[in-house]
Design a binder for this molecule. Sequence first.
Ligand code: ZN
Length: 258
Amino acid sequence: MVEVFALCGGYLELDRASMLADLEAGQPWTVPVGCYLVVHPRGRLLFDTGVHCSTMTDPVGRMGAERAKRIGVKSRPGDDVVSQLATMGLDHQDITHVANSHLHFDHCGANESFPRAEFLVQKAELTAARRPGGTPGYNPSAIDYEHPLNYHQLDGEHDVFGDGSAVLFPTYGHTPGHQSLRVSQGKGSLLVFAADACYTRENMDRDVLPRILWDAPTMSTSLAELRALRDRKGATMVYGHDPEQWRAMVHAPAPLRA
Ligand SMILES: [Zn+2]
């Protein structure tokens, strides 16, 4: 039996037009940062680690001045994965695997808190984040992901527990090595964690990309593949930063219901 839990990884305020490129700029919007814990008989997988808790008290120090100008931190104490795991009686030693959808600051902020886990990241993502001279979109200080961690670099799909219940798969475009996660809990149920391959349901329904992206045609292809999973295979799609969906979702310590 595989269980999934939704953990709050923070709240950010940004311009709605940065997430839906055809909207007029200047609409502040507070969005959730979701992290998801998959509990399997062979281990526990954390998909994304959210915003680092110090971002609440020192946004410039942690995010850098440029990003802190554009993005407000709206998290309250307890809105971070380490605190959220504690509500379930878990700490870092209980997490066997961490997968980062990608290495933007709001998806890998607490990586350093899991020194014993095996990290599962696409090779193309680590390469982009570590490119000498930097790649736009990644925190130039690399403070979120450059720690002595056990990074296992993936090249395409990866079946985390070897039984098809939790599979990471490439959804490139938002970044060069973005990946999403699909979880099967049996009886045909399929939960898909899109992360930033699709910020909100509106992006998918209206086929609108965000302004924040690496390559638009590649991202469009990934978005279409995710939509086909949702519409043709009956998957429940969990969007990366959808306030409406997050409000309606059951959060940890209770398990997520598909
Ligand atoms: Zn994000």
